[in-house]
Design a protein around this ligand. Structure first.
Ligand SMILES: NC(=O)c1ccc[n+]([C@@H]2O[C@H](COP(=O)([O-])OP(=O)(O)OC[C@H]3O[C@@H](n4cnc5c(N)ncnc54)[C@H](O)[C@@H]3O)[C@@H](O)[C@H]2O)c1
Ligand SMILES: O=C(O)C[C@H](O)C(=O)O
Length: 324
């Protein structure tokens, strides 16, 4: 017997809600559906747009050989019972802007989205993508009242992928053979850990001179802006969607992957009451634990400088939200 769409079997499939059906959100929906990870609800304030995108993605299913349901909506009631909520709603920056320049506009959008989504999916795990990432994740954590295990930000997976890309291009090796980790805030003060970057286990310090490594580190720090300047309208979305899908996958498949994730710190690395990117294990319950690396004095100082800048922007955001 063929199950009808209303059958209990189909209803038990995991469901991921994406709030914000713009470039990152819609590309993420495609990644999740085509990786066959979950059904997707795409929500946006623009009427008709998420519905149109969902229909377009549904029409590709026979070609892409999957049977995931993709629903577009403007109504949070349709997101009910989601296992994961990803927030990509909000403005992207324009050339010449920093991510922090988005704080005023995006703070209200993210807080409202987080409150609406948690009301409909009280057991969901939240991943924030909207910029400025670390501050938006902190605000969403506060707005939902979730434990830190269940709400986090995506940035480190993207920044690390960029660092790996630039190393691979420099050496002419396969990107998949390069492993690197970028910690800290998702901004100019991010902390690419060159000491831990390897090509199939060989430290890059054995393969590249210090000046070249520094050039690649700077290009990584400027990675988002480089694309914003080239595109002139909006920012990157293919790699950000891929990076977010890796986190979604690690949760849904309980992979316990060790990934750089923006998380609320409670004393780790000598930091507390701030959200910043650090290595975490990510499984079906969300963040399983934070790994404390033995950082050098300069790496630790860079992480603290990065955290201090996030703290200042959290205070700014809270002032903005209080004024409304
Ligand atoms: N963390 C990262 O690494 C990373 C990477 C890429 C982009 N971003 C950020 O993600 C955000 C989205 O980027 P994008 O390129 O998809 O932008 P976009 O403009 O293409 O899409 C944003 C969408 O949000 C929607 N939206 C606005 N207010 C909303 C609300 N209240 N409720 C629901 N939807 C709402 C808009 O209608 C739009 O469709 C930006 O802030 C961008 O800077 C972060
Ligand atoms: O740079 C941006 O504004 C978007 C995003 O944060 C990125 O790093 O691509």
């Amino acid at each position: 017997m063929i199950s009808s769409p209303e059958s209990p079997i189909l209803c038990r499939l995991p469901r991921v809600t994406i709030v914000g059906a713009g470039r990152v959100g819609s590309t993420l929906a495609q990644r999740i559906a085509e990786k066959n990870l979950a059904d997707v609800v795409l929500l946006d304030i623009v009427e008709g747009m998420p519905q149109g995108l969902a229909l377009d993605l549904m029409e590709a299913r026979g070609i892409e050989l999957h049977n995931r349901q993709i629903v577009g909506t403007n109504n949070y009631a349709d997101t009910a019972g989601s296992q994961i909520v990803v927030i990509t709603a909000g403005l992207p920056r324009k050339p010449g802007m920093s991510r922090d320049d988005l704080l005023k506009t995006n703070a209200k959008i993210v807080v409202e989205a987080a409150k609406n989504a948690i009301a409909c999916s009280p057991h969901a795990i939240f991943i924030v993508v909207t910029n400025p990432l670390d501050v938006m994740t902190y605000l969403a954590w506060q707005a939902t009242g979730l434990s830190r295990e269940r709400i986090m930000g995506m940035a480190g997976v993207l920044d690390s992928a960029r660092f790996e890309t630039f190393i691979a291009l420099e050496l002419g090796v396969l990107p998949a053979d390069v492993k690197a980790m970028v910690l800290g805030s998702h901004g100019d003060l991010m902390v690419p850990l060159s000491r831990y970057a390897t090509v199939n286990g060989i430290p890059i310090t054995e393969l590249l001179d210090a000046a070249t490594i520094e050039r690649l580190v700077q290009r990584t720090r400027n990675g988002g802006a480089e694309i914003v300047e080239l595109m002139q309208t909006g920012g990157a979305f293919f790699a950000p969607a891929s990076a977010t899908s890796v986190m979604v996958e690690s949760i849904l498949l309980n992979q316990s992957r060790l990934l750089p994730i923006a998380t609320y710190l409670q004393g780790e690395y000598g930091l507390e009451d701030v959200v910043i990117g650090v290595p975490c294990r990510l499984g079906c319950g969300g963040i399983e634990n934070v790994l404390e690396l033995n950082l050098s004095d300069s790496e630790r100082e860079a992480l603290h400088t990065s955290a201090q800048s996030v703290r200042q922007n959290i205070v700014r955001a809270q002032e903005i939200l209080a004024i409304k």
